[in-house]
Ligand binder design. Structure first.
Ligand SMILES: O=P(O)(O)OC[C@H]1O[C@H](O)[C@H](O)[C@@H](O)[C@@H]1O
Length: 482
């Protein structure tokens, strides 16, 4: 049960499903409309009915759109070149040494995961060292850590927000504005130390970001699908625009694979059908994501947003309540360390689950002595051995007290490269999309999140003394203590 593509491979042997099982299940669960839906997604024509627009993130990585969006892409590449070469000077004439990406959700998780995963692929033709930091949390916890180690005169902030209205991001930006003085005035800061990345150009202008420092993207690109757009700027700043393009090329190759590979050799389709099978036939409500390469350690959080925000729904595409289970709970963590923490429960605990193991078979270690290179190669083998061992134990068990029979996938790449990374993420995107089609839900909105934001505003108004609204006893009691 092995499926291989240029960049990504799937072994689903330990799902206990044969090719014939998959074919039969696809007949049962894949709607007749699927082929048309897939074509629409890949050409940017798939509808997001509740938000009244199409879904176009795939266009960010297809060759046509790179040409169509040449203006925006040129500015993106210029910004990358200028910052990475040290030519971008701050308001007091010093080169920028640090970039802080302020954004949350899709404006944080994708760029952070990609920058961390691909760091070693940085183009070398850079004259100075640029540090990229990430700040997302509304409580200021990350600002506490970053502000003391950067300097207003040499730091540039990316304000990354599709809507340019997310309170978490605006609150962090507001604190930064207080921090720049006395070294910089607000106008100096805006002129040389801020780049806006958003689909809301008007809000970026109102904020005072010069037009040349605004990078925009289409509002038809959902936040959790936006790392391929200008939101991916931190990745490009880390590795260079060429390597960023290779990541897009890997994702594009996966788009083509998804479009053309037959069902039983189509990785996203198989992942989707196996996932629906586990959810509906085996009653498994959770998936552990277990990367066995430290560079992919942010993958579980990224997939949490991708999958749970897309398919955690209780109404269909027309807004009508449904009575069947939809997207599972996604959780997980870096596999080798998980072995020393939560794996005990996986092996012998009461609750049933499924998991995706993600492995990288080989890793180059240029720049190290031959002895260290050999040590690192041994460590890579050690990690893969542990991945294979735990996967075996989970499936086969070991006597009465290790039940086994936990179905898992193994996704692996020969080497982690920008291309294979792009292909891996695109495969998961298409898995989530396919499941959304199967469950007849809109995978491209997040009404629950919006409702939570509205309630938070009402609570904050009471905390700030602007309202005397009452909630429930518990909430009112805490408010009284603030
Ligand atoms: O990029 P922004 O508009 O600031 O949104 C950031 C995030 O906020 C939200 O609450 C959404 O649930 C996410 O999908 C989104 O990625």
């Amino acid at each position: 049960m092995l499926v291989t593509t240029d960049h990504l491979n799937l072994d689903y042997t330990f799902q206990g499903l044969s090719v014939a099982d998959i074919e039969a299940y696809a007949k049962q669960r894949l709607p007749e409309t699927f082929n048309a839906a897939r074509e629409q997604l890949l050409s940017g024509d798939y509808a997001n009915p509740s938000e009244g627009r199409n879904v176009t993130h795939v266009l960010n990585r297809s060759r046509h759109s790179v040409t169509a969006a040449r203006g925006g892409r040129n500015r993106f590449c210029e910004v990358v070149r200028s910052l990475r070469s040290g030519k971008w000077l701050g308001a007091t004439g010093k080169p920028i040494t640090d970039v802080v990406n302020i954004g949350v959700g899709g404006s944080d998780l994708g760029p952070m995961m990609g920058s961390f995963a691909l760091r070693e692929f940085a183009d070398d033709n850079v004259s100075h060292d640029l540090q990229v930091h990430f700040v997302s949390s509304m409580d200021g916890g990350q600002l506490y850590a970053v502000l003391p180690i950067v300097d207003p005169e040499t730091t540039l902030f990316i304000i990354a927000s599709k809507s340019f209205g997310t309170i978490d991001t605006l609150a962090n930006v507001d604190t930064v504005k207080r921090w720049i003085s006395p070294q910089l005035s607000e106008s100096q800061w805006l002129a040389r130390h801020v780049i806006g990345v958003s689909s809301n150009n008007q809000a970026m202008s109102q904020f005072g970001i010069p037009a040349g420092q605004q990078l925009s993207f289409a509002d038809s690109v959902g936040g959790r699908f936006s790392l391929w757009s200008a939101i991916g700027l931190p990745i490009a700043l880390t590795v260079g625009a060429n390597q960023f393009s290779k990541m897009l090329a890997g994702a594009h190759a996966m788009d083509q694979h998804f479009a053309t590979a037959p069902l039983t050799e189509n990785i996203p389709l198989l992942l989707a059908l196996i996932g629906v099978y586990n959810r509906e036939q085996r009653g498994l409500n959770n998936v552990a994501v277990l990367p066995y390469d430290g560079r992919l350690r942010y993958l579980p959080s990224y997939l949490q947003q991708l999958d749970m925000e897309s398919n955690g729904k209780q109404c269909d595409r027309d807004g009508i309540p449904i009575d069947y289970p939809t997207g599972p709970i996604i959780w997980g963590g870096f596999g080798p360390n998980g072995q020393h923490a939560f794996f005990q429960h996986l092996h012998q605990g009461y609750d049933a689950f499924t998991a995706d193991f993600i492995a990288v078979l080989h890793r180059q270690a240029p720049g190290f002595t031959p002895a260290v290179q050999e040590g690192l190669a041994e460590q890579q083998r050690l990690a893969v051995a542990n991945c294979l061992a735990h996967r075996r134990l989970l499936w086969f068990g070991n006597g009465d007290t290790y039940p086994g029979q936990s179905p898992t996938n193994l996704l692996y790449v020969d080497e982690l490269t920008p291309e294979s990374f792009g292909a891996l993420i695109a495969a998961y995107e298409h898995k989530v999309f396919t499941q959304g089609v199967i469950w007849n839900i809109n995978s491209f909105d997040q009404p629950g999140v919006e409702l939570g934001k509205q309630i938070a505003k009402e609570v904050l108004a009471v905390l700030d003394g602007h309202s005397d609204e009452h909630f429930d006893e518990s909430t009112d009691n805490i408010i009284k203590r603030m």
